[in-house]
Ligand binder design. Structure first.
Ligand code: CUA
Length: 672
């Protein structure tokens, strides 16, 4: 591997900083600037060695300058997406998805947030879901590269999926997927955003009532591989053109899309092919023992183009509103094949050329590498060692496995760079293994070989390289998503933050550049996209926009069109917000009325956002410039309520307030 210009850049930085710390060298190296930037003095005063000073310089992004990459991180059971800049690791945005967020008025009475959250909740349940466990973000792609349009993310807890639009960084849709109770890592987008895939984690009872005793696990429980069609214009889920494939009741885990040479395939790891259900207090084996008994589990190989044909031909059954390709059809149509993989694997990741499927051993110190050409040949030759208990053919391991590389203890997930190297997280070792990925990734001489191991702090789960799961990784940076931080940050109580470590991928050996505490959730997976790909992002909505569809809202008004209309017990208020007043700023109503607020932020100035808050009614809205927000509220308590702007918008922000009179029964309001 050639060191490349960036290595020399970094080496130079390190030398300079070394010189800086040496002190005497500082001015000689030009670091003693006329404006007083005595880097040598600062570094030695702060006790930084040359490498630390270099890391600080390399990750510093001056105010007003922008980061080179965005990182979209799942927020775990905070239910959100976090957006960071790289290399600064500054937090730029939190996108609320499955969990309400007061700042953005998401889920506090406004039509958009409430509609999205309620749309993703089972209407049969009286309590709408108000949290999720975001796990695997999946950026939309064109020809295998991120295109900066949309992001999808699954809910580990409730088997749901959400879509956020990167035009305004807001969640637009949540879908509660039938037949999926939970999902883990089965979320990915196909190379042209044809589909977003999501699979079950724990199998689901497919009985009418949704109940089945665990004694009937094999008979009544099933897994599902879900292919949600994406509308190419809006990125929304096109449910009429979506389908599922029935799978055995194994635990389907991580998944990835084939690309280039493996385009048209999807791959899912599994464990618990033993179909253990626990029972440790009733004479059974604990689940962890029962689910690790077999030497091999099954890599699921799915031909989604064949599945699409079968779905279009109508060879499906209906199950809870989804078109499902039954397992026997998936077998007879050669949609589904298995290949053995060492017991209880974790990640499955397809390399940038699409040739290799890399499986992290978890309990096995190896990464197992499968070759798509071998897989295709084995399928064509029906090179089967037999079938599983459900009749799914199992390809012989020898016919599809191309390498096993010993990496260390607890290999989980693999990401890639632009030079044919793979990077695998080692949970047990708290480290990242860098290894060469064989001839089809350009390593004809060194083959599949461990190159180096980088310690990280501590207990790494996922990792993420720049555009590292696309056909065109960048190479520059990597983030280690460490589950434990232990002693890396000052104590902040008993619940410790996670630790994101930024790694310079251009150095040999690899270098950790910075630690970032994540004190607001447990990120699970991230994707890093070049910032200049987010070309669709807007800063101001066109006047009177409904953000749900980026179209003019029927409730929009212009300044001067404000009005109050009473229709029986319904009081419609067409209100404008601008610095620093609401018009109207008085509303007179009666207990029992339903107030329909249609508020337009009539401003078009970047960042001129207003809030709208009403005490005691649990109402809080964010009105971005150009945005229209609708709030329906039943006025069930009398009082005279001071509404106010909750966003510090202007010098007269505190004056941006008004009153809502809610007259008790028998009292006539002054107006209205
Ligand atoms: Cu508008 Cu503060």
């Amino acid at each position: 591997m050639s060191a490349g210009p960036q290595v020399s850049r970094r080496a130079a930085l390190g030398m300079l900083a070394g010189g800086v710390v040496a002190g005497a060298g500082a001015s000689r190296l030009g670091f003693q600037s006329s404006s007083g930037g005595d880097l040598g003095g600062i570094a030695s005063e702060r006790g930084l060695d040359g490498q630390q000073a270099a890391a600080a310089l390399e990750t510093y992004v001056p105010g007003g300058s922008y980061d080179e990459y965005f990182v979209f991180a799942s927020g775990g059971h905070s239910g959100q997406i976090f957006v960071f800049g790289v290399p600064s690791m500054r937090l730029l945005k939190v996108i609320p998805v499955f969990t309400p967020d007061a700042w953005q008025g998401y889920g506090y009475g406004t039509d958009q947030g409430n509609a999205v959250l309620e749309g993703g909740s089972d209407p049969a349940k009286s309590n709408p879901l108000r949290w999720g466990d975001t796990h695997h973000p999946a950026l939309s792609e064109t020809e295998g590269s991120y295109d900066g349009r949309w992001i999808y993310i699954n809910d580990r807890a409730n088997g749901r999926i959400a879509m956020a639009d990167l035009r305004d960084f807001k969640c637009k849709q949540i879908f509660d997927i039938p037949n999926l109770q939970t999902s883990h890592g089965g979320c990915f987008v196909t190379p042209n955003s044809e589909y977003v895939h999501i699979s079950t984690m724990t199998p689901t009872p497919v009985t009418e009532s949704g109940y089945a005793p665990l004694s009937r696990y094999k008979e009544d429980f099933r897994g599902f591989s879900t292919w949600l069609k994406l509308d190419p214009e809006t990125g929304r889920f096109d449910l009429g053109n979506s389908f599922q494939i029935e799978l055995p009741p194994y635990t389907q885990d991580l998944a990835d899309a084939g690309k280039l040479t493996s385009f048209g395939f999807g791959f899912i790891n599994s464990y618990n092919t033993e179909m253990a259900v626990g029972g440790d207090m009733t004479g059974g084996q604990p689940l962890e023992a029962g689910s690790t008994a077999n030497d091999y589990d099954f890599l699921h190989i799915i031909d989604w183009q064949k599945a699409e044909e079968v779905f279009k031909a109508g060879n499906t059954k209906d199950l809870n509103g989804m078109k499902v390709i039954p397992m026997d059809v998936a077998v007879s149509e050669k949609i589904l094949h298995f290949a053995p993989e060492p017991r209880n694997p974790h990640g499955i990741d397809v390399n940038p050329t699409g040739d290799y499927m890399c499986v992290g051993g978890k309990l096995d110190p190896h990464a197992s590498v499968y070759d798509i050409e071998l897989i295709k040949t084995a399928i064509a030759n029906e090179d089967y060692q037999g079938t599983d208990p459900f009749g799914v053919p199992i390809l012989t391991l020898e016919s599809v496995l191309v390498a096993q590389v010993e990496l260390g203890a607890g290999p989980l997930h693999t990401q890639f760079d632009d030079k044919g190297y793979a990077y695998t997280s080692l949970f047990v070792d708290s480290a990242i293994a860098k290894w060469s990925l064989g001839p089809k990734a350009g390593h004809t001489d060194d083959g599949f070989k461990l190159v180096e191991t980088l310690p990280v702090q501590y207990n790494i789960g996922h990792l993420c390289t720049a555009e590292g799961d696309t056909v065109s990784p960048d190479g520059n940076y990597m983030i280690a998503l460490n589950k434990w931080s232990i002693d890396r940050f000052p104590p902040v109580g008993t619940l410790h933050p996670q630790n994101f470590q930024l790694v310079d991928l251009t150095t040999t050996p690899l270098t950790v550049l910075s630690d970032t505490p994540i004190g607001m959730g447990e990120p699970h997976y991230t994707q890093m996209i070049k910032a200049d790909k987010l070309v669709h992002t807007i800063e101001v909505y066109p006047p009177g926009t409904d953000p749900m569809n980026f179209a003019p809202s029927e409730f929009a008004i212009k300044a001067g069109e404000e009005r109050i209309e009473r229709q029986g017990k319904d009081l419609h208020v067409y209100m404008s917000a601008m610095r620093s007043h609401y018009t109207p700023d008085q509303i007179q109503a009666k207990v029992g009325d339903t107030l329909h607020l249609h508020i337009t932020n009539v401003e078009q100035t970047i960042d001129a956002t207003h809030g709208f808050a009403i005490p005691q009614y649990n109402i809080e809205a964010s009105l971005d410039p150009g945005e229209v927000v609708n709030i329906d509220m039943l006025l069930d308590r009398a009082g005279t309520f001071a509404m106010y702007c909750s966003e510090f918008c202007s010098a007269l922000h505190l004056e941006m307030q008004g009153w809502i009179e809610v007259a008790p029964q028998g009292v006539t309001p002054s107006v209205g």
